[in-house]
Design a protein around this ligand. Structure first.
Ligand code: PGA
Length: 224
């Protein structure tokens, strides 16, 4: 089964825990994409057997942007994926759909596969929100794009949409693009729901708990 399992570590790890985690993850044979915090990207690129992604990327390419990290810099250290438009970044850094489009373009120009998050807040109309979030990127003519449906209200809460609701949104996203792209689900994925989710998606994204190797092992046991 070639389903993507994206591990979004957020700010997890002290330096001491890192090497044990990488070695235990290397012993599991699944299609992981690991998104460590920026400080550990290089270590993961060197030591981890799986493709590595960053948790964000700059929309700029020229030098004059303090605190930013460009797609080219990421590519140069061996990064293959970049997460773009996570709801925490949309909220905390006021990222707009225009910013997100610019980041996607910079990634593709530098051979980095963008993993783009979309999803509604509690009470919002799902398809209306997703249509708006995809509007600027759906015409990009590339199959090297991954989209993750992440209802904002399901992130880290243990709340979860019905499978048929996820199925409808996943199909809507697939049909929005000209090329065939991978469409994932994220938000409170656990060992009880992973098998069902993978039947209707191309993979999953797991948040902070993915930095806990026991959690990851329990999760993948369900899809052996
Ligand atoms: P969760 O987080 O797996 O903890 O719900 C998902 C995410 O942060 O995207």
């Amino acid at each position: 089964m070639n389903k993507l399992i994206v591990l979004n570590h957020k700010m997890a790890f002290s330096y001491d825990d890192l090497y044990k985690y990488i070695s235990e993850l290397n012993d599991i044979n699944k299609s992981f994409v690991v998104l460590p915090s920026y400080t550990y990207l290089k270590e993961f690129c060197m030591l981890c057997n799986y493709p590595i992604g960053s948790q964000n990327v700059s929309k700029f390419m020229d030098n004059n942007h303090t605190s930013q990290i460009s797609a080219l810099q990421l590519k140069n250290i061996g990064v293959n994926y970049a997460l773009i438009g996570h709801s925490e970044c949309r909220k905390e850094f006021n990222e707009t759909n225009i910013d997100i489009k610019q980041k996607v373009v910079k990634c593709l120009e530098n051979n980095i596969i963008p993993i783009i998050c979309v999803g509604e807040k509690k009470g919002e109309d799902v398809i209306f929100v997703i249509e708006e979030q995809l509007n600027l990127i759906k015409d990009i003519d590339s199959s090297n794009i991954v989209v993750v449906y992440e209802p904002v209200w399901a992130i880290g809460t243990g709340e979860f949409p019905l499978m048929k609701e996820i199925d409808t949104v996943i199909k809507y996203i697939r049909n929005s693009f000209k090329k065939s792209i991978k469409v994932l689900y994220g938000g409170s994925v656990n060992k009880d729901n992973i098998a069902d989710i993978l039947m209707i998606t191309d993979g999953i994204l797991v948040g902070s708990k993915s930095a806990n190797i026991s959690f990851v092992k329990d999760l993948v046991k369900e899809i052996e």
